[in-house]
Design a protein around this ligand. Structure first.
Ligand code: F3S
Length: 385
């Protein structure tokens, strides 16, 4: 891979070991995937934040780095609400370690916004055609598919390396030829709400890391696209998808000949029954319109079970009245974290979610049973004693 004289200097350690380590990561990736050069990025979104997932080794790695990020950079959800962690049932020990991780990122100049929906917080992180280095799988999918920005499936270390250097190797989804759909998905059902997560749950398993082009009978909202992409990235490894007549690059392509048809009965099969002791919303982090809908569904009611709603701190801070309306019902709104990456959900036995992605991850990552329901059904379950 070609390096400019300036990049060569970083590679040779002239700006110290942190930048040297960072560019070594980028060059190693570039060499593996045959990138021709490094290209500038507009932003980075860095996973590897929860102490639950990175542990002491991760904390040590980040703490050893000395430098400043070169582009706007934001974090993925941490293992706890950074303010209300006691209310979540997080231990002092975990909270201290988590706090150290956050401080280490902060010292590198990373913004302490811990969210998997950075596009709902800042509108200058990624626009159509921008190159970025994002690493949370649903955020990657949203950036590529819904915004039309360009990112590979970065890991935490490679996104941090890209943030420090301000560049990423030019391969994969940064190149036009890899953004073309290779399989058509024809959906024979009108979808709404969690159906998109259920669809993603099925399709991800079927297509793996291929780029699908959907033909849908209903027009998804941005929140529904967010759910679809998140579930496909969890059950498979889909980093980019197109929806005919909806996503920004879909019109450029012919429908691929290879096709899969999804029937309504297949979507229904993903839903499950059971009695949860925790009901959790906000995977990916709830948008303002999703919070508004939850506030309407909870209006005048009192929840009889533990209900968590996960969102970003910025959204919580900017919508105090909305949050008050939700909290009046007894539901708890947590920020900076989520039901999957926090250890707090492990003390329950069964979690009900309206998210295909959470439904996929909860059994393995939290070690508890998961039930997928529509949003209204989740609220109904919360009302049962
Ligand atoms: Fe976000 Fe956590 Fe889901 S990071 S996409 S809310 S698993």
């Amino acid at each position: 891979m070609y390096l400019t004289p300036e990049e060569e200097k970083l590679f040779n350690g002239e700006r110290g070991p942190t930048y040297q380590k960072a560019i070594e990561i980028l060059v190693a990736l570039g060499d593996i995937y045959e990138a021709d050069r490094l290209i500038p990025i507009k932003s980075a979104q860095i996973a590897g934040v929860s102490y639950k997932t990175i542990g002491d080794a991760g904390l040590e790695w980040i703490s050893d780095l000395k430098g400043k990020v070169a582009v706007p950079s934001i974090l993925n959800p941490a293992g706890m609400d950074l303010e209300c962690w006691k209310e979540m049932g997080i231990s002092e020990d975990f909270a201290q370690k988590q706090e150290k991780i956050i401080q280490a990122y902060s010292a590198l100049g990373v913004r302490i916004e811990c969210s998997c929906t950075p596009y709902n917080i800042f509108d200058n992180l990624a626009d159509f055609g921008d190159h970025v280095a994002w690493s949370e799988s649903s955020a990657i999918s949203y950036a590529n598919s819904v915004i039309g920005a360009r990112t590979n499936r970065e890991g935490g270390p490679s996104a941090l390396a890209a943030a420090l250097i301000g560049k990423t190797p030019n391969y994969g989804f940064h190149l036009d030829e890899n953004r073309k759909p290779v399989i058509s998905i024809i959906v024979e059902a009108k979808l709404h709400d969690s159906d998109y997560g259920a669809l993603g749950y099925i399709v991800g398993e079927m297509v793996g890391d291929k780029v699908p082009l959907f033909k849908l009978k209903s027009k998804p909202s941005k929140d529904e696209l967010k759910s679809l992409g998140a579930a496909m990235a969890a059950s498979g490894a889909v980093a980019l998808y197109h929806v005919s007549g909806t996503t920004p690059e879909a019109g450029k392509y012919e429908a691929p000949k290879e096709k899969i048809t999804i029937e309504e009965s297949q979507i229904k099969e993903v839903y499950s029954k059971g009695e949860p002791d925790l009901i959790a919303f906000g995977c990916p982090h709830s948008s303002v319109s999703e919070l508004e809908r939850l506030a309407q569904l909870l209006n005048g009611k009192k929840v009889k079970k533990e209900v968590w709603i996960c969102t970003s701190r910025a959204i919580k801070k900017n919508n105090p009245e909305l949050i008050k309306r939700i909290e009046k019902s007894g539901a708890k709104v947590f920020c900076d974290t989520c039901m999957v990456v926090s250890p707090a959900s492990e003390r329950f036995t069964c979690m009900m979610v309206n998210s295909g992605k959470a439904h996929k991850y909860v059994p393995n990552l939290c070690g508890i049973k998961s039930i997928l329901g529509r949003t209204e059904d989740c609220i109904e379950a919360a009302m049962r004693g």
